[in-house]
Design a protein around this ligand. Structure first.
Ligand code: 6PG
Length: 465
């Protein structure tokens, strides 16, 4: 009998997804560029191999699938996807759907979708979050592409998805590149959240001189409160892990240079194109970029003065409240980027539904996302900051954010993402901002014109007169 879905690419994520399909009894065909990976994969699958079949050529792989076919590619983004599409396309028939389940630039996904238009074939960009464990046991999935493809995919994706209170964390979020866009913004929020946790870690390590394990214990405690989330839980574990070789906290032995594969940067680039502020995400992307300039930082540490002021470190519960406020504001920036993209690309993204499918399975899952989903369900088209429950959540914890950011600034310790969150918030709630001066400057040197508060039309000043 034929397989219901084909998984091409037996790297970490592809293998985990194929095993997840098999574990739900979904007949799954697998294929890989290096064909010698296939037999060991089937071998290691144990009893799950009953639902798996391996194919050593693309022809055999395609021929082993039920029609209309579903082929999920989990291979590196960019040129490899285009090359794979070119090889696969001649083997497919009208009604078949080809899925790119990796992290892809949604602009590429839009281009590929429009290349498929008129061929009878369907192209789906799908975001999959949750890392290896998520992919194996229940990821959160953000599906783009056509209704036709969603109708095909839904029966095989719902069984493998993470569940939140019995609801599968998978949705058809919109057409063409919408799935990859939503995944990209998920990762942007992931970057910001990780960075803010690291900023608080930095304050505790470098101002309070706290050992890693103690900071880990503080975070583990926070995980029982409003900050409860996968990232806090995981960070606590990372901080509490001891290197068996040296007996030291492993985190202290890791080089302070962060990698990035591009999703955070994509979020930022798209946010800027859409005229949205992604300042918390920019801070996180920038901090990772700066982290690689190790030599320059080491040199600067000796020569650049801090000009620091004495400051008392806020108590841990104040830091927790500050982190929670930062988390809320970073999510709101992310959701406003989604809203702007939805309007720009006429996607009709359901913001509440997106928050709902992020409540389990994905990296940013948290108790706050459950609150946010509820708030978005109850709200209309107003900016997320203006949803009344947001103000209610922020009111008691804003002083903590101010106190924490101020303490870092005074101590000379970096806190770029949390400071950006706070400044963005303060800009957003300013009824009369300072752009009147910007307009005056623009007119003074470039005669760009400005609008007056008391007259209609475009005016110019007689500057300096
Ligand atoms: C997820 C993660 C996952 C991953 C990326 C981002 O949702 O499961 O976001 O996609 O960790 O590779 O990682 P970088 O930090 O390498 O950009």
């Amino acid at each position: 009998s034929k397989a219901r879905i084909g998984v091409y690419g037996l790297g970490t994520m592809g293998s985990a997804l194929a095993l997840n399909f098999a574990s739900r009894g979904i007949p799954t065909a697998v294929c890989n560029r290096e064909i010698d990976w296939i037999a060991p994969f089937l071998q290691e699958a144990g009893p799950l191999a009953d639902h798996l079949s391996g194919a050593e050529t693309l022809q055999a792989f395609v021929a082993s699938l039920e029609t209309p076919r579903l082929i999920l590619m989990m291979i590196p983004s960019g040129a490899p996807i285009d090359a794979m599409i070119a090889q696969m396309q001649p083997l497919l028939d009208a009604g078949d759907t080809l899925i790119d389940a990796g992290n892809a630039d949604f602009n590429d996904t839009r281009r590929r979708s429009s290349d498929f238009a008129g061929t009878g074939l369907h192209f789906v960009g799908m975001g999959v979050s949750g890392g290896e464990e998520g992919a194996r046991t229940g990821p959160s999935m953000m599906v783009g592409g056509s209704e036709h493809s969603w109708a095909q995919l839904r029966p095989v994706l719902e069984p493998i998805a993470a569940e939140f209170q019995g609801l599968p964390c998978v949705a058809h979020v919109g057409p063409d590149g919408a799935g990859h866009f939503v995944k990209t913004v998920h990762n942007g929020i992931e970057y910001a959240d990780m960075q803010m946790i690291a900023e608080v870690y930095g304050l505790l390590r470098d101002h309070a001189g706290m050992p890693a394990a103690d900071i880990g214990a503080v975070l583990a405690g926070w995980n029982d409160g409003p900050l409860s989330s996968y990232l806090i839980e995981t960070t606590a574990k990372v901080l509490q892990t001891i290197d068996p070789e040296t007996g030291k906290p492993l985190v202290d032995l890791i080089q302070d240079q962060a990698g990035q594969k591009g999703t955070g940067r994509w979020t930022l680039i798209e946010a800027l194109k859409l005229g949205q502020s992604a300042s918390t995400i920019e801070a996180a992307v920038g901090a990772r970029a700066w982290s690689s300039a190790k030599e320059a930082r080491v040199a600067a540490a000796d020569v650049l003065p801090a000009g620091a002021l004495d400051v008392v470190l806020p108590a841990p519960d104040v830091l927790a409240q500050a982190l929670f406020a930062g988390r809320i504001l970073a999510h709101i920036q992310g959701f406003e980027i989604l809203r702007a993209a939805s309007a720009e690309f006429t996607w009709a993204l359901g913001l509440a539904e997106i928050a709902e499918i992020w409540r389990a399975g994905c990296i940013i899952r948290s108790s706050f996302l459950d609150d946010l989903a509820e708030m978005l369900r109850a709200s209309g088209s107003e900016p997320v900051l203006l949803v009344p429950a947001v103000g209610e959540l922020l009111t008691p914890i804003l002083p903590a954010l101010r106190q924490t950011v101020s303490a870092a600034m005074q101590a000379g310790l970096p806190m770029p993402a949390m400071a950006a969150a706070l400044s963005w918030y303060d800009s957003a709630r300013q009824a009369r901002g300072t752009a009147n001066l910007i307009q005056g400057q623009r007119d003074a040197f470039g005669a760009h014109g400005f609008r007056r508060v008391d007259h209609d039309g475009v005016h110019h000043g007689n500057w300096g007169a």
